[in-house]
Design a protein around this ligand. Structure first.
Ligand code: KIV
Length: 276
């Protein structure tokens, strides 16, 4: 991906057209400041419902609300000019019916300014994806490990490692593809399955634990920056910001206690008195 100076938003159809071409670069962001840092380097920024776990200390994404997604989605849109912003529809806000999903998605797009939504699920959500796309809502699909289903899945372990489950996940991806999703996230699935799905579906696949066979990649920003204490196998840490932050805070605390911070250079002098 080349750094582009032009301040025009990437669109969902442009991402759709990247199938089999230059890999799609995506990361999550939940706030204006980090989103601004990512904007020139990525194609897609996902305001993922992982924000419930990463930012709010929840054990799962299940309690995340539409209001939380809107607050963070708005901040990310404000911090960016170029990347396509995709906002997750949280658990309980879209599954009951296509109409419910449309109302939630419309609210998210209107109140955040994002360009698309993402929802989890394959065959069971295909009708909803079609309903949304037909009404002007670009949808990113998400199959494989679907964290919102943690209470039925029982764990966050990788999916599709046996033939039966692999066939189900392929069917899920094909259903979402036929329903008109502009891209599909493949989370934590075996490499041969990710390769097969990528070959068989129409839109680009975006892997997170889906191998380099996918048409693009996404990671949770805090995981790849080394801010999370434990990360899944598929995460590569590109920095170790956790220890760097702790070291900075520890030095600050020592300097405040020793009264060596603030130094003379951080202190305002009174205005010089005018001569009579
Ligand atoms: O919520 C999220 O961050 C996601 C990514 C893991 C794809 O859905």
């Amino acid at each position: 991906m080349s750094i582009q100076a032009e301040a025009r938003r990437v669109t969902a159809p442009e991402i759709r057209a990247r199938k089999g071409g230059e890999p799609i670069v995506s990361l999550t962001s939940y706030h204006a400041h980090t989103a601004q840092l990512l904007d020139a380097h990525v194609d897609v920024i996902l305001v993922g419902d992982s924000l419930g776990m990463v930012m709010h200390g929840l054990d799962t994404t299940v309690p995340v609300t539409v209001e939380m997604m809107i607050v963070h989605g708005r901040a990310v849109v404000r911090g960016t000019k170029r990347a396509l912003i995709v906002v997750d529809l949280p658990f309980g806000s879209y599954e009951a019916s296509p109409v419910e999903a449309f109302h939630t998605a419309a609210r998210v797009l209107k109140e955040t300014g994002a360009g698309a939504v993402k929802l989890e699920g394959g065959v069971r959500m295909a009708e909803t994806v079609r309903f949304l796309v037909d009404r002007g809502v670009p949808v990113m699909g998400h199959v494989g490990l679907t964290p919102q289903a943690i209470n039925t899945l029982g764990s966050f372990k990788a999916r599709g490692r046996d033939d039966v489950e692999a066939e189900q996940i392929l069917e899920d991806a094909l259903a979402v593809s036929r329903a008109g999703a502009f891209a599909i996230v493949l989370e934590a699935i075996a490499e041969p399955l990710a390769r097969r799905i990528t070959e068989e579906v129409a839109p680009p696949t975006i892997g997170i634990g889906g191998s380099a066979a996918c048409d693009g990649q996404i990671l949770v920003l805090e995981d790849m920056l080394g801010l999370a204490p434990r990360v899944p196998k598929f995460v590569k840490k590109y920095a170790e910001l956790g220890p760097a932050i702790e070291a900075a805070v520890s030095t600050y605390a020592q300097e405040v206690r020793a009264r060596t911070f603030p130094g003379a250079e951080h202190v305002y002098a009174p205005k010089a008195k005018k001569a009579d």
